[in-house]
Design a protein around this ligand. Structure first.
Ligand code: NAD
Length: 472
């Protein structure tokens, strides 16, 4: 049984001052895995103060010193890869194959930050000015429950590369994963206060991070409504705010697409991370004349997916993360049926043979109108909506018919057409004939999917500010 009641402040695990206790529930068995005591606003102030003290000297660190720290962090999380993977399976229900990938990705985040920083000029001359890229100051890194270790490490890597100290607030729904990743980061032996970690509610710990004047920067990943709250709360002290938010991504299948290669990528993009991914391609747009063939191919592929024990390497989808997530996805499936969509695969309830855990059936709807809830709202579960289009312009129009704009996918053999279409899509990233991102390229959303970019140079610059010194 887990018993978690510490925050990580100033290089030490210290008992939290907060008193709210929550059970940690296994999404696979619904059994209690342990208890967590949440930090409160007072803990948040202590963490911010520690980061602010450390910021004074860290702001003057050299590129070489930061690279050494990033390499130490990279090695530390790599040493803990198995624990990081296992905690995500146990607490979150992440499928083994996915969590194994994440457990390697976390060290890649630090390696990428090293590579980016090595090539990045922190000072340059522009006319008569000497321009130096200075750390913006103490950064609050606020993280969602669907991607704990990955988001913590990618944000922390950019912050450290820039010379910013950090207060990290993962979701209160992920204490075990937070404990494991924090222990791994601690083992890197960084100077005290450089990064601090605490779990707490958004309304107190999150709000303190968003309003405390010692915090200069907020890097937030989570839902669009919370992102708006944070942006408003940070306004008084003019915090620099980066927001990576909700998605409702489209996959566009072109007329000449090869279904044998495209369908597995499309379904995997839709159902990745058990469907709980901001970049899930949850809307599939197909040419009308190929609809029947595509629907049959999607159904055949979905029927091969294995839903069940996330510890088994051959499992495609584990459970959803919580009872609330299970209820939410069931509600959307019922809505899909009520609003006239045709069920192609899956449906309401647990998969056959499973009577415990937050497992849902991978579900596919066809004949979905773009205006209905399942086509407009982020479901955050394995539910794919298939829609048809008659011409390229209509495909783009449907893909863009959402308030979000995080990522889009195009599958087809005509590369000119795919690239032409990519220019028309309102999305921060367009992936053509692939579902894997380029981790050094800018990542983020347009419209209500966010403000700012993460990864690579853009991710680094999100924690920097230019200072110009001009001599007469
Ligand atoms: P959420 O917005 O509910 O919570 C995210 C984090 O914000 C949590 O740590 C939470 O405690 C904190 N928080 C809540 N209220 C706060 C407040 N008032 N002030 C400060 N912090 C507060 O999101 P979630 O349910 O944890 O995550 C799922 C959402 O995240 C989905 O919408 C998903 O699309 C999005 N997401 C986006 C990306 C991306 O890169 N664009 C990646 C992963 C998840």
């Amino acid at each position: 049984m887990h018993s978690i009641s510490t925050s990580y402040i100033d290089g030490t695990f210290v008992p939290v001052r907060g008193t709210e206790r929550l059970p940690i529930i296994s999404p696979t068995t619904e059994n209690v895995l342990g208890m967590v005591t949440l930090a409160n606003r007072e803990d948040a102030v202590l963490a911010i103060d520690a980061a602010a003290r450390a910021q004074r000297s860290f702001a003057r660190s050299s590129k070489a010193q930061r690279i050494d720290l990033l390499r130490a962090l990279q090695a530390a999380v790599l040493r803990s890869a198995d624990n990081i993977r296992d905690s995500a399976i146990e607490e979150y229900g992440g499928a083994y194959s996915r969590t194994q990938w994440v457990s390697q990705y976390v060290s890649q985040c630090f390696a990428n930050a090293v590579q980016t920083l090595e090539d990045y000029p922190l000072t340059r001359t522009i006319g008569a000015a000497r321009v130096s890229m200075e750390p913006v100051g103490v950064a609050a890194l606020i993280v969602p429950w669907n991607s704990v270790a990955g988001t913590v490490c990618s944000k922390l890597a950019s912050a450290i590369a820039a010379g910013c100290t950090a207060v990290i607030k993962p979701s209160e729904l992920s204490p075990v994963q937070t404990q494991v990743i924090t222990e791994a980061l601690h083992s890197a032996g960084l100077p005290d206060g450089l990064f601090n970690v605490l779990l707490g509610r958004g309304r107190d710990v999150g709000d303190e991070l968003s309003t405390n004047p010692k915090v200069a920067k907020i890097s937030f990943t989570g839902s669009t409504p919370t992102g708006k709250l944070i942006a408003r709360a940070g306004l008084d002290s003019l915090k620099r705010v980066s927001l990576s938010l909700t998605g409702k991504c489209a996959s566009i299948l072109l007329e000449d697409a090869d279904l044998a290669s495209a369908i597995p990528l499309i379904v995997n993009a839709a159902f990745m991370n058990n469907g709980q991914a901001c970049v899930a391609g949850s809307r599939l747009l197909v040419p009308s004349q190929r609809a029947a063939e595509v629907i049959a191919a999607v159904k055949a592929f979905v029927d091969t997916l294995v839903v069940g024990d996330p510890w088994r390497p051959d499992t495609s989808l584990g459970p959803l993360a919580s009872a609330a997530q299970f209820d939410r996805v069931q509600r959307f499936i019922r809505q899909g049926l009520e609003q006239g969509a045709r069920l192609v695969a899956g449906g309401a309830g647990r998969p056959d043979g499973i009577d415990r855990g937050y497992f849902v059936k991978p579900t596919v709807f066809s004949e979905v109108k773009s205006s209905v809830a399942i086509a407009q709202e982020e479901i955050f579960g394995p539910v794919l909506s298939i829609m048809t289009y008659d011409c390229e312009e209509q495909a783009v129009e449907i893909a863009n018919d959402t308030i979000y704009g995080l990522q889009a996918y195009i599958f087809g053999n005509d590369h000119d057409r795919a690239n032409r279409m990519a220019c028309e899509l309102e999305a921060g990233t367009v992936l053509i004939n692939r579902a894997a991102p380029e981790l050094l390229a800018p990542f983020g959303g347009v419209k209500q999917s966010g403000i700012g970019r993460e990864f690579g140079v853009s991710g680094l610059e999100a924690f920097l500010e230019a200072k110009s010194v001009v001599s007469g």
